[in-house]
Design a protein around this ligand. Structure first.
Ligand code: ADP
Ligand code: MG
Length: 347
């Protein structure tokens, strides 16, 4: 005899959903950074305590959130970005599901301080389980938004146990901020560990692409860069491919996972990573690894960003042909350098 079917409690459903989106502090960080970028921020400052488990705070100078929106801000499926399903096909902002803040508020204590340019003061509100705890309080504050997340997974002990050490979680956070800061031109970033006087990372708003790469990945990468670019291809629905990759002189044994942005989303694309490494293997001494940063703009209609709740993985049409095309461009650029060098050496 089977057990009878019962409807799950709403708070259980919300916690399950939250656990799918926020697996570790870095997922919360990524969602909040994307919200700040969506809000037009040009400066983004992150503060981290205990790998983001105890405290994770992001301050931005974006549009702010109006006081009227604060009561429903952390409810599930509330968003200012998507209104109909068809919009999913042309969505330009990072967020669209209205789930991130809700999720975070189900598994952490969330406090938001925000001010729009039209407001005379900032408003502060705290949230738990999707709900605002008290009416917003008027406080002093600058234009923009500060989101403070404390005690992540306080109500999910098993998830807390499964986390890596705080220093490893902190490493993942720094890595993602670094990746966004080399991609997001004209946005300044900083990251600091709670209690430290020094920043772990600072990228100025007006830094050049090369400066950004130097700050995040070091001098040896930034002085060995090669531009790569592909024009629009209407048949493959690509609008552009641009990037900076390491040249054959880049001497590095450490593997740096490629920095791929597709339509401005940080994604992983294993088939592409594998293919590009294969090309490099013909140019690099054995054991050396390349640095790769590519920004691929594809017609939003041919990208499915909704494959996974963390939006980390994307699928797109003509994947094999697009990879092939990028591959041969990389091959051409690398071979060009190789021949000019052997020419120099022999002359
Ligand atoms: P989504 O990004 O999918 O819309 P979120 O839960 O991430 O959903 O955010 C909900 C809403 O809160 C956003 O649509 C946006 O209007 C607002 N918001 C969140 N973070 C910020 C921010 N840093 N600055 C301005 N508005 C924000
Ligand atoms: Mg969002």
């Amino acid at each position: 005899m089977g057990a009878s079917i019962r409807r799950l409690d709403e708070s259980v459903v919300n916690k399950i959903a939250a656990g799918e989106i926020i697996i570790s502090p870095v997922n919360a960080l990524k969602e909040m950074m994307e919200n700040s970028i969506d809000a037009g921020a040009t400066s983004l400052d992150v503060l981290v305590r205990d790998g983001g488990i105890k405290l994770l705070q992001i301050s931005d100078n974006g549009s702010g959130i109006s006081k009227e929106d604060l009561p429903i801000l952390c409810e599930r499926f509330t968003t200012s970005k998507l209104s109909k399903f068809e919009d999913l096909e042309s969505i330009a902002t990072y967020g669209f599901r209205g789930e991130a803040l809700a999720s975070i508020s189900h598994i952490a204590r969330v406090t938001i301080t925000t001010k729009t340019a039209a407001d005379r003061c900032a408003w502060k509100a705290s949230y738990s389980d999707g709900k605002m705890l008290e009416p917003p309080k008027a406080v002093a504050g600058k234009d923009g938004t500060v989101i403070l997340v404390e005690d992540l997974f306080y109500n999910m002990p098993s998830r807390l146990q499964a986390l890596r050490s705080p220093s490893e979680e902190y490493g993942k956070i720094l890595d993602v901020i670094g990746r966004y800061s080399i991609h997001s031109k004209s946005i300044g970033f900083s990251c600091k560990k709670f209690g430290d006087s020094q920043f772990a990372l600072t990228v100025k708003m007006d830094s050049t692409d090369e400066d950004r790469i130097r700050t995040v990945f070091g001098n040896s990468v930034s002085k060995n860069l090669l531009d790569i670019a592909l024009d629009a291809d209407t048949e493959l629905n690509i609008m552009s491919v641009k990037g900076k990759v390491s040249n054959p002189d880049f001497n590095c044994k450490r593997s740096i996972p490629p920095v791929f942005f597709i339509n401005n989303r940080l994604v992983s694309c294993n088939p592409l990573a594998r293919a590009l490494r294969q090309v490099y293997s013909n140019y690099l001494p054995k054991g050396n690894k390349p640095f790769i940063h590519l920004s691929i703009m594809i017609d939003p209609k041919s990208v499915d960003v909704n494959v996974h709740p963390t939006k980390r993985e994307v699928r797109f049409l003509h994947q094999d042909q697009i990879i092939e095309k990028i591959n041969s461009q990389l091959n051409e650029n690398l071979s060009h350098i190789d021949t000019s060098r052997s020419f120099k050496a022999s002359s």
